[in-house]
Design a protein around this ligand. Structure first.
Ligand code: 9D3
Length: 229
């Protein structure tokens, strides 16, 4: 699977993709990430990508011309398996279900919004979809692009060494079903600063352990994420 990223901060992505699963997926040839500097599609001396909003108001708006020119030069032809996604605070919410759907695409081009926003003609006439990663204010779409790529990369067959892992739909597959949060985990030492690991996890009775984990997952979900029960 290939991701293109269109951004005014190409150097931002040196960090997020240089570790762990994403780095290994790229090294294995299962994932390709190509970063494009939006300013490469400007023509003036100052490489201008923004302008003042029509109608007045605070802040600047990303101009449409460099964005359209960039997408049309990266992809002279559009078509199935080539999806353009605008990352913006106004987008539809990204979640595990959206990630599963995107993981079935061949190639995605992520446009990172900046400033007060992006000229609406990009959302209306260039992007296939507009996505937000949550109800909070970021400074731009770069962090969101890294989140989307990290989440989708894990679902590409072979990336986690598990061909069937892309099949699930719930936001976390726990094996407990029910769409619960994962159960809590403990490791050694069995006692740390006086806090003991639940005895049942040490007794080797796998049916009892399974029951305990299911109950613990239910309890924690009800307490921290009542919206999921
Ligand atoms: C006065 C309204 N503005 C807030 C100061 C709106 C606004 C403009 C630009 C809010 C955020 C941004 C920049 N954010 C993104 O480009 C963005 C984003 C986000 O802010 N939250 C969640 N997901 C995303 S994806 C891109």
């Amino acid at each position: 699977m290939t991701f293109h990223i269109l951004t005014i901060f190409p150097e931002f992505f040196a960090g997020p993709f240089a570790h762990g699963v994403v780095k290994r997926a790229c090294a294995a040839g299962l994932l390709e990430i190509r970063i494009h500097n939006l300013r490469d599609w400007t023509h003036d001396r100052h490489r201008t990508v923004d302008d003042r909003p029509f109608g007045g108001g605070e802040g600047m708006v990303l101009k449409p011309e460099p964005v359209f020119d960039a997408v049309e030069s990266i992809w002279p032809e559009r078509g199935p398996g080539r999806k353009v996604i605008l990352l913006s605070a106004q987008g539809r919410m990204f979640d595990q279900g959206v990630a599963n759907r995107l993981s079935r695409e061949e190639t995605l081009l992520l446009i990172c919004g900046r400033y007060e926003g992006v000229d609406e003609r990009v959302a209306e006439h260039l992007a296939d979809e507009e996505l937000s990663i949550g109800n909070y204010v970021l400074s731009g779409g770069e962090l969101a692009a890294a989140v989307v790529i990290d989440t989708v990369a894990r679902l590409i067959p072979g990336v986690l060494g598990n061909e069937t892992s892309a099949a699930f739909d719930s936001f976390q597959e726990t094996g407990h079903g029910e769409g619960l949060l994962d159960c809590p985990h403990w490791t050694r030492p069995a006692e740390f600063r006086g806090w003991k690991v639940p005895e049942v996890l040490l007794n080797g009775n796998h049916e009892e352990i399974r029951q305990f984990r299911k109950g613990a997952a239910r309890e924690k979900t009800a307490r921290l994420r009542p919206d999921l029960v």
